[in-house]
Design a protein. Structure first.
Length: 267
């Protein structure tokens, strides 16, 4: 992989992993349309590490609070406040996707990677579902109204993100909106819920890379991929949270519809 491919794919990963438009769809369809070779394990590591860095930097205060509240909980200080309970909601909300991801990720990817038309269709279908949730959701609850039941439902929805074209942030935001949370809370909880999954995925990829070693000539693209993914991922988080404070999610809905049709035409 050359430096330009690494830069473009890192940028694409950073934005599309964060925004509700499906990173897996873009990382499968764009290289296929442009005739680029498969990125391989080394670059997969770069993309996952970049995303982890972006989310961790943006939510570093939240991560400190979650860590403090987690240890406060296990030390027996109770679960009296929403802050005390939030780390446990994230942990239990992560369990479904962790189990399904561990057992089904490779078979699902193998099936859908060879079906680009299906991926395009899913971009459109789940874009329409996001529009439905954004239009009909009550949007009355904030993060302090999060419950274990809601966290598990959103976590179950996150399992669908294994399918290219669905979008992890898109489906978790959709689920939270349908339950009744407002846009900002839906987006914020989506990102916090992604932290264990993204960390676990990055850890697994790094473990595989340590076993196989970095191929000759891949270190430079690896670094470029990490930096570009982290930079644009951070900008993506800031953009989405800023947008949902004042506007609807329809820009992403329209993008998904147009992208699905254009990709389908090009393929």
């Amino acid at each position: 992989m050359n430096d330009l491919h690494a830069l473009l794919l890192g940028t694409l990963q950073g934005l599309t992993e964060i925004l509700p438009i499906s990173s897996s769809a873009h990382l499968i369809l764009v290289p296929e349309i442009l005739g680029w070779p498969a990125s391989g394990l080394t670059f997969d590591v770069a993309l996952h590490l970049g995303t982890l860095i972006a989310i961790s930097l943006y939510f570093w205060r939240d991560i400190l609070d979650l860590t403090f509240n987690f240890f406060a909980g296990i030390s027996g200080k109770g679960f009296h406040t929403p802050g005390n309970r939030l780390p446990w909601y994230i942990i239990f909300g992560t369990i479904p996707a962790a189990i399904i991801g561990k057992t089904m990720e490779e078979p699902i990817e193998d099936i859908f990677r060879h079906s680009p038309a299906t991926i395009c269709s899913l971009l459109i279908v789940f874009g329409l579902l996001l529009a439905f949730a954004d239009t009909t959701g009550a949007k009355r609850w904030k993060l302090d109204r999060m419950t274990m039941k809601s966290a598990l439902l959103i976590g179950l929805a996150q399992c669908l993100a294994l399918i290219p074209g669905v979008s992890r942030s898109g489906i978790t935001i959709t689920a939270a909106l349908l339950i009744g949370y407002n846009r900002e809370t839906s987006a914020r909880f989506s990102f916090l819920l992604s932290l264990p999954i993204v960390f676990g995925a990055a850890l697994l990829k790094v473990g595989h890379l340590v076993t196989t070693g970095i191929p000759a000539g891949e270190m430079r693209p690896l670094i470029i991929g990490i930096l570009s993914s982290a930079l644009f991922g951070y900008l993506g988080v800031a953009l989405l949270l800023k947008l949902v404070q004042r506007h609807s999610l329809y820009p992403f809905v329209w993008y998904r519809l147009v992208a699905g049709v254009v990709f389908l035409f090009l393929i």
